[in-house]
Every structure is written in structure tokens, then in C-alpha cells.
Ligand binder design. Structure first.
Ligand code: 13P
Length: 289
């Protein structure tokens, strides 16, 4: 299977009232764990790459090479999209050039007219190459790889304006935050989500900050038109906890325990378990059959 645009899988998800997970990748272990889980569960999946993670992995070409190689060697048959997460204007062009199958232009920090102008240009560039494109209105709270948002709720009128530019799916702030939610978090604004969906119709909506959102809120968000849910921090937390356990149990001191393949194995399994739990919650299991 080759990389596919995320458009079709999300249109199907919206119609079928489930969501496809975007799981952010950091390295080979992450990518392999997510792809293998998607294949085992027959679920479509989106691999998210932030600009920081892309740089960390050596660059966008390295990422595309790694992902395409794994699709072939692991005989992945479910639909997989490789998606730039919170891309800058320049970053979007770099990913189109490198062979990503989906991009996100995060113009939410620009005044709305500039966001509209830049998004318009990128929609044309992406669609010319058969690549899907996500736009953002109303910033997501918290910090992810240096991208900081205040978490305000998007204006439904502005969402409609950006939706009408021909974007394939739209991220709209509804009180969601990247990273761990603070204890005084007020929860998602379903009122805002409902108003946005009424204005944007069949367009798939994206919920960022999937880590730590309670299951009932996730289900309600899907009912109200969310078809893509982004998860990053939760895999990082489960990977790190499992790796910590390995060292705390002194397993690195056992026979050949220093072998990186042994060191990274518990974290790898932990990512698989987290991805499985999310795919079950989002309802995407079996949807690639
Ligand atoms: P979390 O890190 O909170 O799961 O958010 C991920 C995300 O929204 C990526 O864009």
C-alpha cells in the first residue's frame, strides 16, 4: 500500500460517525508501533509529523523514506496518510516536495485575512498534487514543539470562510489544549462545536489535543462532526513510563539488557497499547476492511 491523501478516509469517517486517529511520530519505533497496530486492527491511520519532529528525524525526505519503506516491508494494507502537523507556510511547501500525502497549514496566529490568503494558495498547491490539506481557525491551547496557542474558541463565521476555500478538513479551537490538561480545565465547548458544524456542514472537523480528553467528551465530539483526533503526548507518556520501568527493574543490567532493541521494546509495546485503546475509543477499528 502506498501513502494516501487523508480526504477519503475522513469523508468516510464523517459519514460513518467515527474518527480516524492522527498519531504523531518521533522515530522508527513510533512509526512501526502505530503502523502495526493499525494493520492488526484494520483501521485507517494518519501519521502526524510536527516541524520539530521532522527536523529531529533528519528532515522530511528521511521521514517519507522511512514511512514508505515500512509500508512496503511490513506489508501494510490499511490506508495510511503522512501528514504535516501545524505546518508553517514554507514547511507546507517542503512537505509537498518531499512526498507527504497530507499537510496542515496552521495560519491561526495570522489575522484572518492573511490566514485566508495563505490557505487559499496552499489549497491549490496541495490539490494539484492530490495531497489533502487541513487549515486551522482559533488557536489550540498549550504548547507543542514551540507552537504556542491560547486555546480560544474559534468564530463559526471565520470557520465557514476558511471551509469555503476548499480545505479538506478543518481544525477549530473549542477549548482544547495540547499536552496534559490542567486540573482547572473547563472541558470542550460543545456549543462552539455545534455552531461550527452547522456552518461547515459535511466538512470533517479535527480535534487537536486528544491526550487526556475523557471518553464521553470524545464520543460527543464525534457525534457533533469531529472525524479526526490528534494524539501525541499520550504516546510519549506511555513510552517513557514503560522505559522507566525497564531501568528501575535493572533490566539493562541483565544479560544483553543494554541492547537497544531490548531497551526500546517495552516503550514500543506501550505505544501499541495506547494506539489500540484510542482506535477502539474513536471507533475506527475494522473500518479499513
Ligand atoms: P496532544 O499532544 O495533546 O495529544 O495533542 C496532539 C495534537 O493535537 C497534535 O497536533
Amino acid at each position: 500500500m502506498y501513502l494516501v491523501s487523508a480526504k477519503d478516509m475522513l469523508v468516510k469517517a464523517k459519514a460513518g460517525r467515527y474518527a480516524v486517529g492522527q498519531f504523531n511520530i518521533n522515530n522508527l519505533e513510533w512509526t512501526k508501533a502505530i503502523l502495526m497496530t493499525a494493520e492488526e486492527l484494520k483501521s485507517p491511520v494518519i501519521l502526524g509529523v510536527s516541524e520539530g519532529a521532522g527536523k529531529y528525524m533528519g528532515g522530511y525526505n528521511a521521514v517519507v523514506g522511512m514511512v514508505n519503506g515500512l509500508l512496503k516491508d511490513l506489508k501494510i494494507s490499511v490506508p495510511v496518510a503522512l501528514h504535516l502537523d501545524h505546518g508553517s507556510f514554507e514547511g507546507c511547501y517542503k512537505c509537498l516536495d518531499a512526498g507527504f500525502s497530507s499537510i496542515m497549514f496552521d495560519g491561526s496566529h495570522y489575522p484572518i485575512d492573511e490566514n485566508v490568503a495563505k490557505t487559499t494558495e496552499l489549497v491549490a498547491a496541495a490539490h494539484k498534487m492530490g495531497v489533502s490539506i487541513e487549515a486551522e481557525v482559533g488557536s489550540i491551547g498549550g504548547e507543542e514543539d514551540g507552537v504556542i496557542g491560547m486555546g480560544e474558541c474559534a468564530d463559526p463565521e471565520e470557520c465557514k470562510r476558511v471551509a469555503d476555500l476548499g480545505v479538506d478538513f478543518l481544525a477549530a479551537g473549542i477549548g482544547n489544549i495540547h499536552g496534559v490538561y490542567p486540573p482547572n480545565w473547563k472541558g470542550l465547548s460543545f456549543e462552539t462545536l455545534d455552531a461550527i458544524q452547522k456552518k461547515t456542514g459535511i466538512l470533517p472537523l479535527v480535534l487537536h489535543g486528544g491526550t487526556g480528553i475523557p471518553a464521553d467528551m470524545i464520543k460527543k465530539a464525534i457525534e457533533l462532526g469531529v472525524s479526526k483526533i490528534n494524539v501525541n503526548t499520550e504516546c510519549q507518556i506511555s513510552f517513557t513510563a514503560a522505559t522507566r520501568e525497564y531501568f528501575e527493574a535493572n533490566k539493562d543490567k541483565a544479560s544483553k539488557g543494554f541492547d537497544p532493541r531490548k531497551v526500546l521494546a517495552p516503550g514500543f509495546e506501550a505505544i501499541k497499547a495506547t494506539v489500540k485503546e484510542k482506535m477502539e475509543l474513536f471507533g475506527s477499528v475494522g473500518k479499513a476492511e
